[in-house]
Write a protein that binds this ligand. Structure first.
Ligand code: GDP
Length: 337
């Protein structure tokens, strides 16, 4: 899968020009950074984010002796990598799994007496919100299994692992259809629920989304669901009604996670949208959809830098299994080719 070709080609071209041996100078780095900045902006990276990245690479590079065995261009790429990683949320093996375990409320892992975890999904129409609801339902429901590890185990150990509860997986999920405005949204969610084998709670298009969310949580408590995934309304544009409704739903059901679903193809627009939703209602992170169709990478690079909120998942296709946790380190590697 070729991603971010343009950006990674540009960066490797710049690296080549820096030279394979000598240390970086003010001049060689200045020209390189100008070219990289242009490549970032071409990739639709937010201007402030691009400048922060450039400043960071500069600080990491200038005056540095080239480490033995490392060429100047390699050092430049390493600086670029480190900056991208910081910008997108740091070392995913630490940070991302840290936040990940909160996704459906880590507290649930301690016992069944706990309240069901609630996850709200918000977003503009067409961003892929309903699809993301189905994908997340499947993700949460599935048991996370390292099949390579299982293969290497004895039978008893393997069966113990296969039946153990993972905090963010192996959940009993209830999908709540609270997008009452788009006529097909409810039936779309019902079909998705059937596809992934997750129950869907709906009250038709006449009900108040706040009531739908509340009743869904009541049903979850009564019937032993541990996670409620609420598909809230999407609109064409951000307006006060949409934000008000989201606020009311949020107040009513006190979600552990409020995730904004944004379209990667909109580039840095996805980042400003994330910031706008966060300012208006408070969100905990973003789901970046349509990464499979995004050849530039502007959204992935910009969302956290602009909004302060992490990308938690990425959508990589139209089918329900096409969802992955977001790993900043993998993304940084991909961007650098
Ligand atoms: P909503 O209005 O936000 O609920 O959007 P939908 O979930 O109905 O999705 C809108 C369109 O985007 C549909 O055609 C989906 O199949 C498509 N879509 C959603 N997520 C992805 C994705 O990750 N990759 C691709 N290629 N298409 C997606």
């Amino acid at each position: 899968k070729m991603m971010f070709d343009q950006l990674s080609n540009a960066i490797s071209e710049v690296a080549k020009n820096i030279g394979g041996r000598q240390k970086m100078t003010e001049k060689s780095i200045a020209n390189a950074l100008k070219d990289v900045r242009r490549a970032l902006l071409d990739a639709d990276v937010n201007l402030g984010v691009a400048d922060t990245l450039i400043e960071g690479v500069k600080n990491r590079s200038i005056g540095q002796e080239v480490t033995k065995g490392v060429t100047a261009d390699q050092q430049f790429i390493k600086a670029m990598y480190d900056e991208l990683l910081d910008m997108m949320g740091g070392d995913s093996t630490v940070k991302n799994t840290g936040t990940m375990s909160n996704v459906p409320a880590a507290t649930l892992a301690v016992g069944k007496a706990e309240e069901p975890a609630v996850i709200l999904l918000a977003g503009l129409q067409g961003a892929g919100k309903t699809t993301a609801a189905g994908k997340l339902a499947l993700y949460l429901k599935e048991r996370e299994v390292d099949y390579d590890a299982v293969e290497a185990m004895g039978e008893e150990e393997a069966s113990k692992l296969l039946t153990s509860r993972m905090p963010t997986r192996n959940r009993k999920v209830l999908l709540a259809a609270a997008d009452v405005y788009r006529p097909a949204a409810i039936s779309q969610l019902e079909i998705l629920g059937e596809t992934v084998g997750v129950d869907v709670f709906s009250m038709g298009t006449e009900a108040d989304p706040v009531d739908i969310a509340r009743k869904a949580v009541e049903k979850a408590k009564a019937e032993g669901y541990d996670t409620v995934l609420v598909d809230t309304a999407g609109r064409q544009v951000i307006d006060e009604d949409l934000m008000d409704e989201l606020k009311r739903v949020k107040e009513e059901v006190q979600p552990q996670e409020t995730l904004l679903v944004v379209d990667a193809m909109t580039g840095q627009e996805a980042a400003s949208l994330t910031a706008a939703f966060d300012n208006a209602v408070g969100i905990t992170g973003a789901v970046l959809t349509k990464m499979d169709g995004d050849s530039r990478g502007g959204a992935a690079v910009s969302v956290r830098g602009v909004s302060g909120k992490p990308i938690k998942f990425v959508g990589t296709g139209e089918k329900t299994p096409d969802l992955e946790p977001f790993y900043p380190d993998r993304m940084a590697s991909r961007i650098l080719g």
